[in-house]
Design a protein. Structure first.
Length: 201
């Protein structure tokens, strides 16, 4: 086998390798999906339902399976999202039809349960004491018990006691602060005074 022939094979192999390396790597297109598949919605409140991974030549249409309970109040101009409204206590689905060139390619659903508007909120304890570095749960009682709204928790002094989104408090330093739980649908609030004592260490 002569040297010229071997050099020719090597050159071909190198050219093929360069083509393979430089060829663009394709990415599989992601299927459209909703930002949420199920939702508890307080009566008289709204939520934005969005379609993700929608290509430029795809459109979405939104329809409630029971407008007595849930309605589509508005659709964004880009047809990628809509506002859904809790009209009355009950359940329905939002049917989202995805079309490409006027042809249906898939159908998505979001289950919506409309719950009653809360009429009251209170903590089981109006005052508690915890040690510095300790944690405790604040139990908020919301009525009616079929209401499913999560209150927003805020501490009056995060340097004394902090609180997370679920009502777990942490003693940061000795002192006193107030934790307030607010229902955004009605503005109803509950308050708990937290006294943080020095740790024994």
């Amino acid at each position: 086998m002569n040297t010229r022939f071997l050099k020719g094979i090597a050159a071909c192999a190198l050219a093929l390798a360069l083509v393979l390396v430089s060829a663009p790597v394709g990415h599989a297109a992601q299927s459209p999906k909703l930002n949420i598949k199920s939702l508890h919605l307080t009566k008289t409140t709204s939520f934005t339902l969005r379609v993700r991974n929608l290509s430029d030549d795809e459109t979405a249409s939104f329809k409630s399976t029971n407008t007595d309970y849930v309605t589509v109040s508005s659709v964004a101009s880009n047809k990628k999202s809509c506002e859904i409204y809790g009209k009355a206590v009950g359940s329905a689905k939002i049917k989202v039809t995805i079309k490409k060139n006027k042809k249906v390619v898939t159908t998505l659903y979001c289950k919506v349960k409309v719950t009653p508007v809360p009429v009251s909120i209170k903590f089981t304890d109006s005052k508690i004491t915890i040690a510095e570095g300790d944690q405790a749960w604040l139990d908020a009682i919301i009525k009616p018990n079929t209401a499913n709204e999560t209150p927003v928790y805020v501490s009056s002094d995060d340097d004394v006691v902090s609180v997370n989104v679920r009502g777990l408090i942490t003693g940061i330093s000795p002192g006193k602060a107030t934790i307030t739980a607010t229902l955004l649908s009605t503005g109803l609030t509950a308050k708990c005074t937290v006294i943080v004592t020095a740790s024994d260490d």
